[in-house]
Write a protein of this length. Sequence first.
Length: 240
Amino acid sequence: MDFSVIVPAFNEEKRIRACLESIVSQRTGRSFELIVADSGSTDGTVAIAREYTDKVVVCSGRGTARARNEGARLASGDILVFIDSDTVALPGYLDTVYEAFRDHRLLGASCAFRFTRRSPKLMGAEYVTNVYYVLRSAFCAATLPGFNLCMRRDTFELLGGFRLCHLEDLDMSIKLRKMGRTRYIPRRMVVTSSRRLEQDGILCTLRYYGDLFEASQGRRLGYEPVKVGESKYDDYIHRE
């Protein structure tokens, strides 16, 4: 099996169908399986997931890190592809990832993105973020956003999976680039939700992630983002 595509989910009945449809519709000569790891949804998420795959696991607790880990336990693919349930993989995504991993030194990768909403402010944030990630990747310090994060299964197992912490995807990204080669692929191959930026605004979102980074890595960023308010975004990702 070439790929195991793992989708963590929690109460995403409004968005998960588009995500799963985009995965099963990939036209590729590579073999892949689809796994949905649900964190105890109380809506129709699980029922929708079972329309697309018989590999649906209901996790023992909440949290995206836990869901990704439990989904990975069912995986048989050589490459694990973690795609968030509010993210859509555009045509050619799996082939793009496969071509990247033909470099046997590559341990992890993410593809570039665009937001669902197309307002000037969001498009500006999208452009700046992609450029930033591309530049970091060019200087061998790639940041791999978790809404589409790919890695070799043997590397994932060697690292013991995702740490149950805030920003577990960034934590994994740091571990991967310390071990070997990682890459941010500068092609817009996924469309991801802009709901955090829309609800909290850019400055509040930066502050939110800055605080979580400091909490998870046990070190200061070296600067203090302007405090413009508290995030009210209720996100299961960081619940334990």
